[in-house]
Every structure is written in C-alpha cells, then in structure tokens.
Design a protein around this ligand. Structure first.
Ligand SMILES: [Zn+2]
Ligand SMILES: [Zn+2]
Length: 144
C-alpha cells in the first residue's frame, strides 16, 4: 500500500484528496494491528476533531475498492482492515481478538478448488488459524 498509488487513484476517480482522507490513508497503511473503522476513527480524531465516523468508514471502504487494503473478519464478528496485500495468513486470538500476520510457503501454494458452492468466484485465499496469543495463552484461568 503506497501513497503514490493512493494519490493517483484519487485523481483517476475524481476523489478530492483532502487532509482528512490522507490522514485516514496514513493511519491505515501504517497500522500493524488490522484495525476496525472505529480504531482508525479514534486514532485520527485528535488531529481532526471535526471528522465524522461516516467519513472514516467511507474512506476505508474506498481504499478496499481501490485494492489498497482488504477486509478481514475480526473474531468479534466486526469488520477489520488489512493494509497488507501481499499473500500472508492470520493467527486469530479467540480471547483478545488480535489478528497476527504470518507467512507460510505451503499455505501460499494451497490451490483454490475450481468448483465452489453457489457459483462462488474466489479471488484470493487466506488461512486463518484460531487459538490463543502468547499473552492470552499463558494467563489461563485469570479473570478476563
Ligand atoms: Zn490474545
Ligand atoms: Zn494481515
């Protein structure tokens, strides 16, 4: 996800490149934690107190549309955003809902079946391993 292609795509699509949109882009592209819209909103609200949640939400979905980020399912069922478009996989903590990136060559080579239910057309794949992160896995039986 690089800023040049963001600027370029805004131009081609006739989207005005405001300070706010740029801030949203930067907040997402530098995030290491697969943030939700809410998280990004809270991160930039300090600098842009007048920004609306809706603007953040729409801009993040535009970034997905531009192919600069992708949507991932958070384990709380919430929508999270991933700025990394290169093939990688996820470790998902069932307790704190953290999503941790990991790389695995054999998962990258997994073949998508040609026939999928209901005429589904797969564009990509991501392997999600569920379990407990280091923090949650070692603190068993403690209050949550
Ligand atoms: Zn955890
Ligand atoms: Zn990721």
């Amino acid at each position: 996800m690089d800023e040049r292609s963001f600027r370029q795509q805004c131009k081609t699509r006739g989207i005005r490149l405001t300070e706010q949109r740029l801030a949203i882009y930067r907040a997402l592209s530098t995030a290491k934690d697969h943030p939700s819209t809410d998280t990004v909103y809270r991160r930039i609200k300090n600098r842009f107190p007048g920004i609306s949640f809706d603007t953040v939400n729409r801009t993040m979905l535009t970034l997905v549309d531009m192919g600069l980020a992708r949507l991932v399912e958070g384990s709380g069922g919430g929508r999270c955003f991933d700025p990394i478009m290169e093939p990688h996989h996820h470790l998902r903590c069932l307790k704190c809902h953290a999503i941790i990136d990991f790389h695995n060559e054999s998962y990258n080579r997994l073949r998508i079946p040609r026939k999928l239910p209901q005429g589904f057309r797969a564009l990509g794949k991501i392997v999600v391993l569920e379990g407990y992160c280091k923090k949650c896995g070692t603190s068993k039986e403690t209050k949550s």
